[in-house]
Design a protein around this ligand. Structure first.
Ligand code: CA
Length: 234
């Protein structure tokens, strides 16, 4: 894997409030001098087309277009990570955001350190190839996705086929939030049924097998009301 210097990344910030644009710029400019700014949804979509940013920070509250629609339009144009800034925070809003192609979201008011960390995580994700044929090592746990083998500290962990499917989906994109419906559709291959209930049962079983302390999970993280993500701790 080639490492790409941070300063080569082009970031696009779409936000009408100049104070927040400034704060975002101040938080990120040290690491990422190439920051493009847009103050409307339309200007943002045009900037994606013209500048091909490596990452987009999109505020949902825009004066001209619905932020969710802007997110969908940008997702149709680029695979670059989209981090949404949102004042809304109901579960259904968050699920709608992820379905519209957002990779992550951060609720206002947010700390600039938090934003910088999310940006770094998304840029890291974007340049790591998907892990289908890799052995993933996280917190003493080793997962060979291709051979369907997992072990901790040399001891083989036996997983059921459903647990394998679930773990494979989660580790295919570390850091990404998968919604209940996305996981349910990917693992059970159907759209009906109580996705949350199925997932709660199987995630609990999976944690019991793979987490050091299932009561304090560090690998499979619950996003309340939204879904789950796999974190690979440093
Ligand atoms: Ca705004």
């Amino acid at each position: 894997m080639t490492s790409v210097a941070a300063e080569h990344y082009r970031l696009l910030v779409i936000e009408d409030e100049v104070d927040i644009r400034r704060a975002v710029g101040a938080a990120l400019r040290d690491q990422h001098p190439a920051i493009i700014e847009a103050s409307t949804g339309q200007a943002g979509v045009e900037a994606v087309d013209a500048s091909h940013p490596d990452l987009v920070i999109l505020d949902l509250g825009l004066p001209d277009l619905d932020g969710l629609a802007v997110c969908e339009r940008i997702r149709a144009m680029t695979a670059a990570p989209i981090i949404v800034l949102t004042a809304r925070h109901t579960e259904s809003d968050t699920v709608a955001l992820l379905n519209a192609g957002a990779d992550d979201y951060i609720t206002k008011p947010f700390s600039t350190q938090e934003l910088a960390a999310r940006v770094a995580a998304q840029l890291r994700r974007a340049r790591v190839p998907h892990a289908e044929h890799e052995v993933i090592v996280a917190d003493g746990l080793s997962i060979d996705v291709h051979r369907r083998q997992a072990s901790r500290d040399g001891n083989v962990i036996r997983l059921t086929p459903i647990e394998w499917e679930l773990l494979s989906v989660l580790v295919s994109d570390p850091g990404r939030v998968f919604t209940h419906q996305q996981l349910f559709a990917a693992v059970w291959k159907r759209a009906f049924g109580d996705a949350r209930l199925y997932l709660r049962v199987h995630v609990t079983n999976l944690r019991r097998k793979i987490e050091r302390n299932p009561a304090d999970p560090r690998l499979i993280i619950t996003e309340p009301g939204v879904g789950y993500r796999f974190i690979s701790p440093p």
